[in-house]
Design a protein around this ligand. Structure first.
Ligand code: COI
Length: 364
């Protein structure tokens, strides 16, 4: 049976003036809306007690399994305001399906697609005023559904009590400074995920394990780290929070194939689909890191870009490693393909072109 959401309105909602000030310059992940969704799952009763309540700290027992064994998953999505005032989200069925796959991998209960989307709609309907106005550049309302083992129990086994939440955060550009090329550090000391591990699941542990590589990158003056496969340290995987694409001079658009240790990005999948409209030839395969270095040196590689829900499409500039660096950018380089793909995606998401693939779902 479909969930129904019990609503408790916040009495002291943020004032119109304060909210407008946040929406004028939201940054990423700094501000949260007035309400949140929670739904409880227990082994005996399944999903129940679906609520929209005032946003605020959640009380959690210090022995809750998530705090010890990291049984947790999340999703990243956005709500976009269209010119007619309506609010839409992008391919939520894909996020619901990935959330279900992540849940299964982390021995958490599956939430049905309809309940997942209804939970987003319940929150966005309530906090619609927090969806930035149309025409405000690239601002949106970032939606963060997540699920964690809330059962107070220290034995290592799948939890019998789980909490699902959705919170929302007005968002501008993910990287401060907007769309400009990021530099990447090749992490060889650290892997993000391994064969048979949780790399394809969107679980917090994967992001935690990417941080040491990111810190190492920062020590070498890079913005992000790129991770290689954990067994041969040869093939490109992903950045930890974003998938990667390489654009060749001859029009090939190549991205690492999904091996089980790479996140199955919704933006990644959408770009593979859209690239055909742009006259590119998409290819999914293993990419040796040496191919990147060689292609940058020979000029065969025209562009490299990273993608994800939060950052959309971000051009990559310099690539650095222990003892060397390369840069595919040539004189007059303008990240043409990356920027074209970026606008094609944003045009669909913001309803500026026809949604011929039926990728949008209305939330409010
Ligand atoms: C996203 O693009 O939504 C991500 O998951 C990246 C990061 C903010 C965790």
């Amino acid at each position: 049976m479909a969930l129904t959401f019990d609503v408790t309105r916040r009495q002291d909602v943020v004032s119109d003036a304060d909210r407008a000030a946040v929406l004028a310059d939201p940054g990423f992940g700094n501000h949260f809306t007035d309400h949140m969704v929670t739904v409880t799952w227990t082994k005996g009763d399944g999903w129940h007690d679906a609520k929209v309540t005032p946003y605020g700290p959640i009380s959690i027992d210090p022995s809750a399994a998530v705090l010890h064994y990291a049984q947790e998953i999340f999703e990243g999505m956005k709500a976009y305001r269209h010119a007619d005032g309506s609010v839409w989200t992008f391919r939520p069925q894909q996020n619901a399906a990935r959330f279900a796959r992540s849940a299964t991998r982390m021995a958490l209960p599956v939430m049905q697609e309809a309940d997942f989307i209804d939970a987003l709609r319940a929150l966005v309907t309530m906090d619609e005023a927090w969806v930035p106005p149309a025409g405000g550049g690239e601002t949106s309302l970032y939606l963060r559904p997540f699920m964690f083992a809330s059962e107070p129990f220290l034995g290592v086994r799948p939890a019998n009590e789980v909490t699902f939440c959705v919170i929302a955060s007005p968002a501008g550009a993910y990287f401060s400074g907007g769309v400009k090329p990021v530099s990447l550090w090749i992490s060889t000391d650290f892997a993000r995920a391994g064969d048979g591990g949780t790399g394809a699941a969107k679980c917090g542990g994967n992001y935690a394990s990417s941080l040491a590589g990111q810190l190492e990158g920062a020590e070498h003056g890079c913005d992000q780290a790129v991770f290689l496969d954990s067994s041969s340290h040869t093939y490109i995987e992903e950045l930890g929070g974003m998938n990667l694409f390489i654009v060749y001079k001859d029009g090939r658009l190549v991205t690492p194939e999904l091996t089980g240790s790479i996140l199955e990005g919704v933006t990644r999948d959408s770009i593979l689909e859209l690239s055909k409209d742009l006259g590119l030839q998409p290819e999914e395969r293993r990419i040796p890191i040496q191919e990147w270095k060689d292609g940058a040196a020979s000029g065969e590689i025209a562009e490299v870009f990273a993608c994800g829900t939060a950052a959309v499409v971000t051009p990559v500039g310099e690539l650095k490693w222990d003892g060397g660096s390369c840069d595919h950018r040539r004189e007059g380089h303008d990240d043409k393909v990356a920027l074209q793909i970026r606008s094609s995606l944003l045009d669909i998401q913001y309803g500026r072109v026809e949604d011929s693939r039926g990728w949008l779902t209305r939330l409010a």
